[in-house]
Design a protein around this ligand. Structure first.
Ligand code: ATP
Ligand code: MG
Length: 150
């Protein structure tokens, strides 16, 4: 399957990318984010939230795994870094199949619970401080999305 990528030289570029994507999202879309600490997963999510018309500040709460925000579509922001049991059922499925858009930071930690079709975004820290964002669409819907935004 094709993969798509771009280099983001600053936080605003990551946010702008997310904002463009946000404009194309629909209910039930799922975005899985991978990347080391500080790679820009939450920065991306902030941009996505802005693009969905959400005015509340999005952050990565230390002990809250799922946060919900209201915009053009609801945004379900999950950070599963602290999920210790990959199979623990915290009701993820209801969000994936819900009326909003779900973003999951550290998605591989709940891999078995993820939907088959999603947009996987890998964020890499380059040596010069830039971020490389690599998209791997799983399923036609996400393939089409990638063709539009890259
Ligand atoms: N091109 C860039 N894209 C995104 N963030 C960048 C970029 N350049 C620098 N940064 C900075 O890197 C940091 C990214 O932090 P962020 O919280 O988004 O990462 P994260 O992947 O969510 O980390 P964590 O794993 O701790 O949740 C921010 O301080 C941001 O300003
Ligand atoms: Mg984060």
């Amino acid at each position: 399957m094709a993969s798509y990528q771009f280099i983001s030289k600053q936080p605003e570029e990551t946010k702008d990318f997310a904002k463009r994507l946000a404009g194309l999202l629909q209910a039930g879309d799922v975005i899985a984010l991978e990347g080391d600490l500080g790679a820009g997963k939450t920065t991306f999510t902030k941009g996505l939230a802005e693009g969905l018309g959400i005015t509340r500040n999005v952050n990565s709460p230390t002990f809250t795994i799922i946060k919900e925000y209201q915009g053009r579509l609801p945004l379900y922001h999950m950070d599963v870094y602290r999920v210790e049991d990959a199979f623990e059922d915290l009701g993820f499925e209801e969000y994936f199949e819900g009326n909003g858009v779900t973003v999951v930071e550290w998605a591989h930690l709940i891999e078995a619970q993820l939907p088959e079709e999603l947009l996987l975004l890998q964020l890499y820290l380059d040596e010069n401080g830039a971020r490389r964002i690599v998209a791997e669409p799983k399923g036609n819907r996400y393939e089409e999305l990638c063709k539009e935004i890259f």
